[in-house]
Design a protein around this ligand. Structure first.
Ligand SMILES: C[S@@+](CC[C@H](N)C(=O)[O-])C[C@H]1O[C@@H](n2cnc3c(N)ncnc32)[C@H](O)[C@@H]1O
Length: 461
């Protein structure tokens, strides 16, 4: 059996195939999730990884599940907060004034699990923008993401930048770590499965006044970015606005020029008039922003920025959430005992050889994706390397899988995973959110050292 961690499996042919299908550039740095996806999908089909890849690339097997598995779907509500603020307070009101018979058309592409377009839907509601005045359209290449988006269930990390009042108003707790979006909002966004590079213009079949294309170009090389921008140019009204993430501001200038509106940077077709909408004099200054040198990487978003809402504090974990129906295995599952690679990974971690530890945990996970202890180990290493949100994602996904009965973890390791999340949330300033995890630790392991962070509360006097 070929080992999918063997770099020859994720070689040039597969990289070229992925780039051709999605535009995403896979390098040695970001190929670990691809290796894992190959192994998981091969196992699902009961095939050797090499045979699986031959059939996938030969068109014998449908590609969607593999594409879903290799895309990075990380997102959260109110992520592009500046762009959302300007859209809601400036661009939509102006369109309503100067084009009252037609809705403002807003596109979120890619939309991941709907966090971005639903944030806009929430803001429209809060700013009393009627549904007839705005058409919210969203697209993504991932079918799994779109199914999740239509369902409207989210974990606490998706709400990490949502203020508690907004969260409590628009979301209902539905069991441990799941919040359901108000059903009335689900209907405000139309979702489409699209590949920006292939069929977006044909599927969406209209132009948009504002396009959010946040955190996608970063996965593309220069040539693919140019192709993507050409499509975005065809999807955008001649005087529309394109928003991309800070890290993507170095886009080529042939079709778009950078422009600032109310302190927010956007991109406009090169032919567009300088004011935000041609012929509409406005009070707010709109001026060209200083562009970074092509190829320059912009700093990541500043976590300390105020959110669209007034008080950006995190969603407290609901104290009234139903007791966990988690059945935790009485002890670590037997097959893990004696796995030499896991022992090596843990030894590297103890010796603070983090790069080797991470690589070894990844190797274990490629061949044993259901190895919960390797996942916990990986989350720990990521946390120690300062990759806090990535560590949170891994630990949260692990607990979710255990809660769902898909993976097994010993009670002690379960508490360690809770503690890791609590400490990371605390470190990130998400202290209210950390309290929910700490209360659960207090129930399971009353003497746990992390409880020094627990504030006295009704269920922990
Ligand atoms: C990191 S998420 C960004 C989501 C959201 N815009 C944000 O900023 O939070 C990237 C998304 O791009 C999608 N994607 C990747 N390649 C794509 C393509 N060629 N066409 C459309 N969506 C794509 C992935 O499925 C994933 O959901």
């Amino acid at each position: 059996m070929t080992d999918a961690s063997d770099p020859r499996v994720v070689g040039e042919t597969l990289r070229a195939w992925i780039r051709g299908r999605t535009g995403i550039s896979i390098t040695e740095q970001n190929q670990a999730p691809v290796e894992l996806a190959v192994r998981l999908e091969a196992e699902r089909h009961g095939l050797d990884p090499v045979i699986y890849l031959n059939r996938l690339q030969g068109g014998v097997l449908p590609p969607q599940a593999f594409i879903d598995a290799i895309t990075t779907n990380e997102s959260y509500f109110f992520r592009a907060q500046d762009q959302m603020r300007v859209t809601i307070t400036r661009l939509i009101p102006e369109l309503m004034r100067c084009r009252p018979a037609q809705p403002a058309r807003i596109l979120s592409l890619p939309c991941a699990r709907g966090e971005e377009p639903y944030s806009l839907a929430i803001l429209c509601e809060e700013h009393r923008i009627p549904p007839r005045a705005v058409e919210l359209v969203a697209g993504d290449i991932s079918a799994t993401c779109l199914a999740d988006a239509r369902r409207g269930d989210y974990g606490p990390l998706a709400l990490r930048r949502t203020d508690p009042t907004t969260a409590q108003h628009w979301f209902t707790p539905r069991g441990p770590r799941t919040y359901r979006l108000e059903p009335a909002l689900l209907g405000r966004v139309s979702f489409y499965q699209v590949n920006l590079l292939e069929d977006a213009a044909a599927v969406l079949a209209r132009r948009f006044d504002v396009i959010f294309c946040e955190n996608l170009l970063i996965y593309f090389d220069a040539e693919t970015t140019s192709r993507a921008l050409a499509v975005l140019g065809r999807l955008l009204e001649p005087d529309g606005w394109l928003f991309v993430d800070h890290a993507e501001w170095n886009i080529p200038r042939e079709q778009f020029r950078m422009q600032e509106l109310d302190g927010c940077v956007g991109f406009r077709p090169t032919g567009a008039a300088t004011p935000a909408r041609a012929g509409q004099p406005r009070a707010g200054a709109v001026r060209g922003a200083t562009a970074p040198a092509p190829g320059a990487r912009m700093p990541a978003g500043d976590d300390s920025l105020p959110s669209v809402h007034q008080t950006p504090t995190p969603l407290p974990r609901p104290t009234h959430s139903p007791a966990r129906s988690v059945t935790v295995a009485p002890s670590a599952p037997a097959p893990l005992i004696g796995d030499p690679r896991l022992a090596h990974a843990e030894a590297h971690y103890k010796a603070k050889r983090f790069a080797e530890a991470l690589r070894t945990f990844d190797v274990v996970l490629v061949s044993r994706p259901a190895d919960a202890r390797a996942r916990l180990g990986k989350a720990r290493v990521l946390a120690d390397c300062g990759e806090d949100f990535e560590a949170l994602e891994v630990a949260e996904a692990l607990l979710h899988a255990v809660d769902e009965g898909e993976l097994r973890l010993s009670p002690a390791d379960y508490v360690e995973a809770l503690a890791l999340i609590a400490l990371l949330l605390h470190k990130k300033g998400l202290k209210d959110l950390a309290q929910g995890y700490l209360r659960e630790i207090a129930r399971r392991a009353p003497g746990h050292p992390s409880l020094g962070l627990l504030r006295p509360g009704p269920d922990h006097a």
